[in-house]
Design a protein around this ligand. Structure first.
Ligand SMILES: Nc1ncnc2c1ncn2[C@@H]1O[C@H](COP(=O)(O)OP(=O)(O)OP(=O)(O)O)[C@@H](O)[C@H]1O
Length: 359
C-alpha cells in the first residue's frame, strides 16, 4: 500500500470509567471510502471524533498527510464531520448555514456567499438558499449539512451515521448522492454506520470493530466471504458458524468433526488433528432439499423472514443448531418451505471458510 493519507498509530482513548478505543492501527489511502462498523458502544464514533480532533487521544497518534495531529485543534485539521442529527443552525438561512465554516475562516462576505451558493447548486439545492432550515425536508437538510461540510474543500470528510434518520427510500437516494460526490471529489470519506447494506454499497473497505479493537479490515465481499474470526462471522449476520475440530485431511481439504457431523473444508495450510476447526458457510451457499433423508444435515423450518427480494429461512437441525439459509422467492415456493417442513441442508465444501487460527 502507498504511504497512507490517514494513519492511526496505536490510537487509544480511555474515558474515566471506560476504555473506548484500544490501541488501534489503521492506514487509510487518499481518496478511499472507508466504513467503520460494529455493535453499539464498540468505539466507532469515538474513533471518528479522535480523527476530527473533537476528542483527544489518551495514547498513540493520528497522522494526516504525513503530519502528526498531536495538539492540532479541530478547526485547524479541516476534517469536517456530518452527523445524523445534522446540527444545523435554525436561526440562519440555508446559505448562511453553508457559509458558516468560511465565516470562521474569516473569508469575506461576498466570497463566502458565492462559494456557499456553488455548493448548494452542486447538491441540487439551487433556489433554496434563502429558506429557513425549518422549511426543508429531511433529505434537503441532509444535503445542507453535507454542503456545509464540503464548503471548506477538505481532503477528508467524516460521516457519523449520516443517513440513519432518513426513511428507506431517501436513504438509498442519499447513498447514491454520497457515492457520486465521493467519485467526483476524489477525497477520503470515513463513514461510521450500523447498516451493513450502506457499508457494502458505498465502501472500498470496511473496518469491523468490537470492544474498542479492530477485528478485521477488508473489502466488503472479502469480509463477508472470509471473516477473520467468529465475531466477524456472526456480526456479518448471513453466515452460519460451525464449531469443530480437525480430524485429518489431504489435498488442500481438511476433515472437520463437529456436533453436526463430519465436513470437509478447504485449508490454505494443513492443521494437525485435534486443532480447532471452526468454519463458516454463508447463508446463500446452502442448498435445501425437501425431506430429511437425503445426504446432508436434516432439520426443520422454524420460520421465514423477508430481506428484499430474497427470504431468510431459519432452520433447526436435529442436533439443535440453528442455520439461516437465503433463498429466492421462487425457490421457497418450489420447495414449499413453511414452518414445520422437514428439509436437508448441504453445500459444496469449496464454499466453506475455515476461520484462521488465533495467533
Ligand atoms: N464522553 C464519554 N465519557 C465516558 N464514556 C464515553 C464517552 N463517550 C463515549 N463513551 C463510551 O465509550 C464507548 C464507545 O462509545 P462510541 O460512541 O464510540 O460507540 P459507538 O461504537 O459509536 O456506538 P453507537 O453505535 O451506539 O454510537 C461506549 O461504551 C460509550 O459509553
Amino acid at each position: 500500500m502507498p504511504t497512507p493519507f490517514i494513519a492511526l498509530d496505536k490510537l487509544d482513548k480511555r474515558y474515566s470509567d471506560h476504555h473506548a478505543v484500544k490501541s488501534i492501527d489503521l492506514d487509510i489511502e487518499a481518496g478511499e471510502f472507508i466504513a467503520i462498523m460494529g455493535p453499539s458502544g464498540c468505539g466507532k464514533s469515538t474513533t471518528l471524533r479522535l480523527i476530527a480532533g473533537l476528542d483527544a487521544p489518551t495514547g498513540g497518534d493520528i497522522r494526516i498527510g504525513g503530519d502528526s495531529m498531536r495538539g492540532v485543534p479541530a478547526f485547524q485539521r479541516n476534517t469536517p464531520m456530518v452527523w445524523q442529527s445534522l446540527a444545523l443552525f435554525p436561526f440562519l438561512s440555508v446559505v448562511e448555514n453553508v457559509a458558516f465554516p468560511l465565516r470562521m475562516q474569516k473569508v469575506g462576505a461576498a466570497r463566502r456567499r458565492a462559494r456557499a451558493l456553488e455548493w448548494l447548486d452542486r447538491l441540487g439545492l439551487a433556489g433554496m438558499a434563502e429558506r429557513n432550515i425549518a422549511q426543508l425536508s429531511g433529505g434537503q437538510r441532509q444535503r445542507v449539512a453535507i454542503a456545509r461540510a464540503l464548503v471548506t474543500e477538505p481532503s477528508v470528510l467524516l460521516l457519523d451515521e449520516p443517513l440513519s434518520a432518513l426513511d428507506a427510500h431517501l436513504r438509498v437516494r442519499m447513498q447514491t448522492e454520497l457515492s457520486r460526490l465521493h467519485r467526483e471529489l476524489g477525497i477520503t470519506f470515513v463513514y461510521v454506520t450500523h447498516a451493513q447494506s450502506e457499508a457494502f454499497a458505498l465502501a472500498d473497505r470496511i473496518v469491523i470493530m468490537s470492544e474498542g479493537r479492530i477485528q478485521q479490515v477488508g473489502r466488503p465481499q472479502d469480509v463477508y466471504r472470509a471473516p477473520a474470526n467468529a465475531f466477524v462471522a456472526e456480526f456479518m449476520g448471513m453466515n452460519n458458524l460451525v464449531r469443530g475440530e480437525v480430524r485429518g485431511g489431504s489435498g488442500g481439504l481438511l476433515e472437520i468433526g463437529s456436533a453436526l457431523g463430519t465436513f470437509q473444508v478447504p485449508a490454505e495450510t494443513p492443521l494437525p488433528a485435534g486443532a480447532r476447526g471452526d468454519f463458516v458457510i454463508a447463508a446463500d451457499r446452502i442448498t435445501l432439499a425437501r425431506g430429511a433423508d437425503g445426504p446432508g444435515i436434516s432439520g426443520t423450518v422454524l420460520g421465514l423472514e423477508f430481506v428484499g427480494s430474497t427470504q431468510t429461512v431459519f432452520i433447526e437441525t436435529e442436533g439443535g443448531a440453528e442455520f439461516r439459509v437465503q433463498k429466492q422467492q421462487h425457490e421457497i415456493e418450489a420447495l414449499d418451505l413453511v414452518p414445520g417442513r422437514r428439509v436437508t441442508l448441504s453445500w459444496d465444501p469449496r464454499h466453506a471458510w475455515l476461520l484462521p487460527q488465533a495467533a
